[in-house]
Ligand binder design. Structure first.
Ligand code: ADP
Length: 169
């Protein structure tokens, strides 16, 4: 009989990002994070100064479609500081991705800033499968703009939306 006192509590994380649009790189990270955490909150950040290709509602729709097979994933959006949002949701960790060395400096400075803003939360950086090491939403948007094959980079439902978005440009 297992001592009830030894029960391990629920572990949850917020995976914040722009997801403009979601790619197989994001999905790879989501799948890895769902194996580590009991509950994963994929949160579309709406406070960035970035001009986005897809409105937040459509990014949420795309993420909801492509993560339907994961029972422990929640898709949502937030404004303001990630550290504050994480505090309000009571999670222990933020999930971020590391591709090449170029990501490292940015992710490190964000992680340290978030640590200062909320010492109770740690950033867990995950590495994608090597297939997605050079994949970014930016690359995907460029390929879509010039009508290239998107199938190696994004799920079919995202590809369809990209085609529609760029068909007249
Ligand atoms: P942000 O604008 O916050 O960088 P992104 O949607 O571009 O939002 O990325 C969110 C997170 O996902 C970042 O930590 C980024 O490094 C990570 N990420 C994006 N694409 C990949 C990929 N192909 N492999 C690993 N991590 C990735």
């Amino acid at each position: 009989m297992v001592d009830p006192e030894s029960r391990v509590g629920k572990r949850a994380a917020v995976y914040p990002g722009s997801f403009d649009p979601p790619t197989y790189g994001h999905l790879d990270l989501i799948e890895r994070a769902t194996r580590i955490f009991d509950h994963l909150i994929v949160a579309v950040a709406t406070n960035t100064a970035k001009v986005t290709t897809f409105p937040v509602e459509e990014r949420i729709e795309m993420l909801t479609e492509v993560t339907a097979k994961f029972a422990n994933v929640e898709i949502t959006t937030f404004t303001g500081l990630t550290a504050e949002y994480a505090r309000s949701r009571g999670v222990q960790a933020l999930v971020r991705g590391l591709r090449a060395i170029s990501d490292f400096e940015f992710e490190l400075s964000m992680a340290i800033t978030n640590q200062k803003l909320n010492p109770d939360i740690d950033t867990v950086c995950l590495m994608p499968s090597e297939h997605y090491l050079f994949l970014s939403s930016n690359v995907v948007r460029e390929v879509a703009r010039f009508g290239g094959d998107l199938s190696p980079f994004v799920p079919p439902s995202v590809e369809a939306r990209l085609r529609k978005k760029f068909q007249n440009s």
